[in-house]
Structures are given as C-alpha cells and as structure tokens.
Ligand binder design. Structure first.
Ligand code: URA
Length: 439
C-alpha cells in the first residue's frame, strides 16, 4: 500500500490490479484507514485517468451484491441526483414516470450533512416502510409499477466505507471519487439505463459549472464503458429546489406539484425535464416534446397523483396524507423571517438554507443522528421575487431545537438588492455519449 500511495502521490497511473488491491484490501480490513486516507488525498490532488476511474467504479461495484431486475418487464431507468438542498425530485418523478408505464425500481440514500435524502423524506409518511425484502421490492414494482427502498448494506459496501472516510478527511469534493462513488452504486443497482441529475452551485458538492460538467461527462463515459446507457443533465443548485426544505414539508410540496399540475416552478420544470429524458432512455418516446406532453397529461389527468397514492399504500404508508396533510408530522412552532428592506431577492445561498434546516433537526450531523421529520423551512420568496420591508421571506418550522439560530442563518442566506437580478437558468447542459448540448 505504501508503494501505491507513493505512486499516486507522484502523479502516476495505477493499474486495474492495483486499484482492486486497494478496494478489496480496505473492505476486508487489511489496509488501515490512515493509508487509505493518504491515498484519497493523493487522488484529490493528482486526479485519476479515465481508465483509473472506470476501474475504481468496477472495484467498488464488485465489493457487494449486484441486483438482478430482469424479472421486471420493461426497460428500467434509474435516476440519481448528485445531492442538493430541497431536492424532492424523486417523490414527484417516480410516480410520474411510473404512471405512464415506466417501471421504477429504485434504491435511495439517507441525508448526510446539509443535503437531504429521499429515504428520510419517505419515512416522514406515517407507516411508510423503506426496508423491505428484495423479493417484495421486485413484486411491488411488478404490481404497482414503483418501489423506492433504502439502499442495503450489501450494495457497494466499499463505497459506504470510503464515503465515511472521505467525509472526515476533506476528500468528498473530488471528481474521480464522486464519479466512482455514484456510478458504482448505480451499476450495482441493476438498471438498464441511468439518468443523472448533476447539481452545480452553492448547494452542490461541486460549486463551479465547469467542474460539474466534467463530473457529468466522466459518469456518462463510465456508464457507457460498463454498457449501461447513461445520460446526465447539469442543473442549478444555487438556490434550494422548490420551496420546502425538511422531510415532511418536502413530501407536502411533492404532493402539491403532483396535484396542481398547472402550478409553475422549478421543481415541476425539473421533473418534466428529467422525466422526458427517462422516457427517451426507455425508448418510450423519440423526442422531448412528445415525452413532455405525455408527462403533462399524466399530471393533468391525476394519473401521477393516483400512482403516488398507490405507491405510498403499497409500502405501508398512510395514503390519507394525500388529501389530508395534517396527518404528516407537524412542528410545534412556525415563525416568520421577514425582509429588512424593499427590493428583489438577488440570491438565496442554498448551502446556508441546508445548514439552517440541519440545525433544526431536519438532517444528520453524524451518521447516527436522529432526524425530526416535522421541522424545516418553507421559502415564500425565491430569487427574482420582489419583497417589501417586513414581508415574509420564509417560514421556519421548529420543535425544540435552534429556532433563533436557524432564523439568523436564513436571514443571512438571502441577499436583497434594488435591481431585479437576471433569471438564472434551471438547466445548463445535457450530456449524452460524448456530446454536450447546452440547454
Ligand atoms: N453522492 C454519492 O453517492 N457519492 C458522492 O461521492 C457524492 C454524492
């Protein structure tokens, strides 16, 4: 291991065998944390060749089970977000594409740090089970068309160990390490095609658009190398997605988007854009306008909301939440954050909003922290909106913890200016094969 750390530190390339040696040795506890930490830091500074990234992805994917979804008829398209604040896309997208006949068999993660996790959001629905036996998971997709469960410890266990180490050694935001971490899990999860939502901006792991594009290109290429068609969209994470940040609050917002099909907004737009690419990847439609029309029809007709209801019931959740959101956990206190001046919201620092939500208890500070499903933030104003002094910028839903701190962070996350800022794009690039298409 000493020689391999030195080789990477000196900027040389590691062979397939050498990368396998490191990953297997680490999972089997033959190589200690301190040596792997040094290796990760060497990768952080020296980067990896494409071949090394592909090898690292294969080694991590091979460290555990590989799911076999072949008994589910149809093309299974998995979707993955690189992580953001207020990103409840899966809650809308999964039932939406399932309602037009795409099977959704998805494994998702939990929140860590200031980014939320789909599984925690789903678990805020009373009764909703996210750990179900594999056979029941597959049966549910066959019967209902959609199932989303917690990623098991047997899927890419090397990633779990490596991610935990990266988290405490300042090596999370490295393109080869993120690319291999995400793609190893996606490849092990057994889908026929993969759609990646690569976030960029203040609330994303990678803040610069060029870096996010590089990550998107690397992951698309890794997918192709493993014979799994992969497409990526680089999307804006400078301000939180949608209006709500916090588990039950995000479930409410997802239901609102599924119900009120005409409600405009970035969340609905993103779901339509991602959903269209999923339909194209599955061979259901040829182009985005056809796909979009199909998805809008599913929202208008109520089919997507109906699919959401069936999905919640199938996983043991109380489906009455769809019509009565008071059945979701509610916080004991709701307080306003008001604008100190007249003007336009110039920006909202997504990461800071995530940090405020974390302090309230909506996220996990450490792996074992308990989440409070009721707490969080609902923004009333987003970038570009006009606000008068004293009007509400956002509402804070809190129980016992940190109302005052969260209020202060949230207020500071808003920048108000006299001039209306230019509208920020929601979608930046589509990456497929070796082509980058500006959107
Ligand atoms: N999400 C992952 O699964 N892994 C990373 O390294 C970053 C985001």
């Amino acid at each position: 291991m000493y020689d391999l750390i030195e080789k990477k530190r000196n900027g040389q390339h590691l062979s397939t065998e050498e990368i396998n040696y490191i990953v297997q040795g680490y999972v089997k506890n033959r190589i200690p944390d301190y040596q792997v930490s040094a290796f990760l830091m060497a990768v952080y500074f020296r980067g990896m060749s494409f071949q090394e990234m592909a090898d690292l992805t294969s080694a991590i994917a091979a460290s555990g089970d590989r799911l076999d979804l072949s008994s589910i008829p149809g093309i299974k398209v998995d979707k993955h977000s690189s992580g953001g604040v207020g990103d409840k896309t899966t809650l809308v997208l999964a039932p939406l594409v399932a309602s037009v006949g795409l099977p959704v068999a998805k494994m998702s993660g939990r929140a860590l740090g200031y980014t939320g996790g789909t599984i925690d959001k789903l678990e805020s629905i009373p009764g909703f089970k996210t750990e179900i036996p594999y056979k029941d998971f597959v049966d549910q997709v066959r019967k209902v068309g959609v199932a989303v469960v917690a990623q098991t410890g047997h899927l890419a266990p090397a990633d779990k160990k490596l991610y935990a180490l990266r988290d405490v050694t300042a090596t999370v935001d490295s393109i080869p390490l993120i690319a291999s971490s995400i793609m190893s899990k996606k490849l092990a999860a057994g889908a026929d095609a993969i759609l990646l939502d690569v976030k960029t901006g203040s609330g994303a792991f990678l803040k610069e658009i060029d870096e996010s594009l590089e990550l998107a290109r690397a992951m698309v290429k890794i997918g192709s190398k493993h014979n799994v068609r992969t497409v990526a969209i680089v999307t804006n994470m400078d301000q939180p997605l949608g209006y709500a940040v916090g588990n039950a609050l995000e479930v409410k917002e997802a239901i609102a988007v599924l119900r009120n099909s005409k409600q405009p907004g970035d969340l609905r737009e993103l779901c339509l854009a991602l959903g269209s690419q999923m339909l194209i990847l599955a061979g259901r439609t040829k182009d985005t306008s056809q796909a979009r029309a199909l998805l809008e029809e599913a929202l208008d007709s109520g089919a997507a909301l109906e699919k959401f209801t069936q999905w919640v019931a199938a996983q043991g959740g109380d489906a009455r939440i769809v019509d009565d959101d008071t059945l979701l956990p509610c916080a004991s206190r709701i307080e306003e954050v008001t604008s100190p001046q007249d003007g336009f919201v110039h920006s909202i620092a997504a990461r800071e909003v995530g940090r405020a939500a974390l302090l309230l208890g909506a996220g996990r500070e450490t792996k074992n922290s308990r989440i409070d499903p009721a707490v969080g933030i609902v923004m009333r104003r987003k970038a570009g909106d006009h606000v008068r002094q004293g009007e509400t910028l956002a509402l804070i839903h809190a129980n016992q913890k940190n109302m005052a701190e969260a209020k202060e962070i949230l207020l500071n996350s808003y920048t108000i200016s006299n001039k209306k800022p230019p509208t920020q794009p929601l979608l930046y690039y589509l990456v497929q094969d070796d082509i980058v298409i500006p959107l």
